[in-house]
Design a protein around this ligand. Structure first.
Ligand code: RB5
Length: 150
């Protein structure tokens, strides 16, 4: 699986650890959308890059990380076709895949610890979308995007 990942400075250190986990534990191919260090940057730039990489098909799914996970998930969700889910525990990660078919995982590096982040990643990487009635609801999300002209 090809995963696009991006963070701001608040998420940089966790991003590096998640990249290592993705390649070593899951054999994933990683597209690192930045940032490249702990100097202050703007999270919308990285949420957008990851979202665009996923929607264009250059990656199968994406991961975004900032201090809280809030700003970068809001930003990624502005890219039509992105369903970014901010997850703070394994249950949310599971539901985000089974029910919401989340194609972007968002985490807050200042909210959760490294080990919890790895557990959330594990669940999110290994849980499939259930389809059925949940597809109907996702189609309705797409209809909202279309109504507002993307
Ligand atoms: C940066 O200081 C911080 O605002 C950012 O990482 C994030 O938490 C925004 O939602």
């Amino acid at each position: 699986m090809k995963i696009a990942i991006g963070s701001d400075h608040g998420g940089f250190e966790l991003k590096q650890k998640i990249i290592q986990e993705l390649t070593q534990t899951y054999g994933a191919e990683v597209v690192d959308c930045g940032c490249d260090g702990t100097d202050s940057v703007d999270y919308p730039d990285y949420g957008r890059k990851v979202g665009e990489t996923v929607v264009s098909g250059d990656a199968d799914r994406g991961i975004v990380i900032c201090g809280t996970g809030i700003g970068i998930s809001i930003s990624a969700n502005k890219v039509p076709g992105v369903r970014a889910a901010l997850c703070t525990n394994e249950y949310m990660a599971k539901m985000s895949r089974q029910h919401n078919n989340a194609n972007v995982l968002a985490m807050g590096a200042r909210v959760i610890g490294d080990e919890l982040a790895k557990e959330i990643l594990r669940v999110w990487m290994t849980t499939d979308f259930e389809g059925g009635r949940h597809q109907r609801r996702i189609d309705k999300i797409s209809a909202i995007e279309e109504k507002y002209n993307r």
